[in-house]
Design a protein around this ligand. Sequence first.
Ligand SMILES: Nc1ncnc2c1ncn2[C@@H]1O[C@H](COP(=O)(O)OP(=O)(O)OP(=O)(O)O)[C@@H](O)[C@H]1O
Ligand SMILES: [Mg+2]
Length: 606
Amino acid sequence: MAARGPFGSGLLGSRFFWNLLASYAALLLVTGVLVGWQVQSRLEASLLRELEETLRRDCEMLAPLASEALRGDVPASLAAELERLSRATGLRTTFVAADGRVALDSSEDARAMDDHSSRPEIVQARAETFGGARRRSHTVGLDMLYVARRLNEGDSEGDSEGERVLGFVRVALPVSQIEGQLASARRSVVLGTGAGVLLALVLGLVLSQHFVRPIAAMKRTAQDLLAGRYDSRVRVTRRDELGLLGETLNALGAETTRRIAALSQEDAQLRAVLAGMIEGVVAVDEADRVAFMNQAARVLLQVAESAPEGMALWKLAPIRELEGLLGRARTSGAPERSEVELFRGGKELVFQAHASPFQGGGKAGFVLVLHDITELRRLERVRRDFVANVSHELKTPLTSIQGFVETLLSGALEDKQNNVRFLRTIEANVKRLTSLVTDLLSLARIESGALEVESAVVDWRDVLEQVLRLREPALLAKELILEVRGREKPVRVRGDREAMTQVLDNLIDNAVQYTPRLGRVVVSLASRDGQGSIAIADTGIGIPSADLDRIFERFYRVDKARSRAAGGTGLGLSIVKNLVLRMQGEVTVSSVEGRGSTFTVLLPLG
Ligand SMILES: Nc1ncnc2c1ncn2[C@@H]1O[C@H](COP(=O)(O)OP(=O)(O)OP(=O)(O)O)[C@@H](O)[C@H]1O
Ligand SMILES: [Mg+2]
């Protein structure tokens, strides 16, 4: 903030003010000096003229006396009288004869004085009646003003032309007499001029603030606008060009504020849109420096929130494919795309990157749009695997059936020892195909949502009894010990009875299948926290932890050969998972390889 002087805020700090004042003062000074000098010289001239006039009158006065004196002898009393007069008034009187001889002088002895005919005032008076001169007197040694008058013979008035010159009367005064007057006149001129200049300066100061103050205010507002304080305004109090300038400045401020508000609104909208996008968006400038990066892009490229914008993209996310893509887009000047595959923490990440050029502020940059297609790729692979798996699962029994049918047709039908065995194998394979197709169909129905799932209250114990009755022969065959816990109290859960049966049947079937002879299967029922739970634990072969994540996938089997030999297709757990999810439940597994596994199903209590 500039200093606040007595003439308004910032006035003394304004260079314009001082410039204005300096030029004004210089002008005043020059005018003052010129006027003063003019006045002074005129005054001096008029004083001299006045003095000369007085001296002329004195000459006129003394003329009769002088004529008389020059004609006859000068009486001693006259000389004494003139001398007294001279002493009293400083007026020196000289009577000069026509031949230049001094007849009488009030200050000196006339006899000792030289010929005066060549004195300028005498020369002039001889020609023009009156003569005047200002010079230093040889006789008295002072600067003197002389006036001489010609006196003519015969005429006591002494002014008739053409007559013989009788002589001259000359009076003189030392100039020092008027010097005092001149000095005082000079003093008053200097004082008057000085006072005038000073007054004008003060007036100028007051007046200049009238001009400088609005300019200083406008300067401040302009600086405010430049510094981004767009609400700064000038107070307009005048109607001249300065007022107009102030109004224009205010309009400029208002317009700037409006435009910036509109721009920032647009910017906020754009940022909100970009932030809300699932696609990652990165804008880079002509040198690949990041100008903008949305949240999705940060996640995809693993760029920390704190990473500063303005850094080169290859520093923030060193991905060669992206660099290559930008390079290609830069050379072609057209949009380019590429697919980027990365491994992040052992997981694959696939995204599609589009680079499109944009022009902004005269510079060419690129917008990169990154689209995560990892899930898409995974689903594609699952579908491909599924088709391959189904084909494979179908082909195996079909090949077997075809082989046995051909064998029977080529004579084995008559082979009483083997024909039934062959037919039994064909039957087993057909059964396997049937069960496979049934599983696939039911899985497809569950997944598509076509399967109606009831929401009834079912006592889980009833379902368990039914399943165990069915699986009893298998348990006995493998001499497995079965233990059921928590069957004293009913566990009423909500869901579809048929689906529950299928779930338990699959889980107990697995427990039996993957537990060697003389093992143990424990089924525990419980209800807590609004949920019923059933856990099927076995002391079987267990599941390697690497496979735990995937065993609920279709066709996923830890040991394909073993499972297939046991007649498994790898669809059981997938069906279990889908059914439980349809009943708003949850299924989990925990297992230690070589020790056993526990599958737990949770369903909402009815
Ligand atoms: N209780 C268990 N103990 C050990 N491994 C198991 C157990 N239950 C399932 N598995 C593993 O999970 C895989 C998938 O099981 P799932 O029930 O889906 O298929 P499956 O038993 O092979 O065939 P099916 O479709 O006839 O049930 C099995 O192949 C097996 O490797
Ligand atoms: Mg199974």
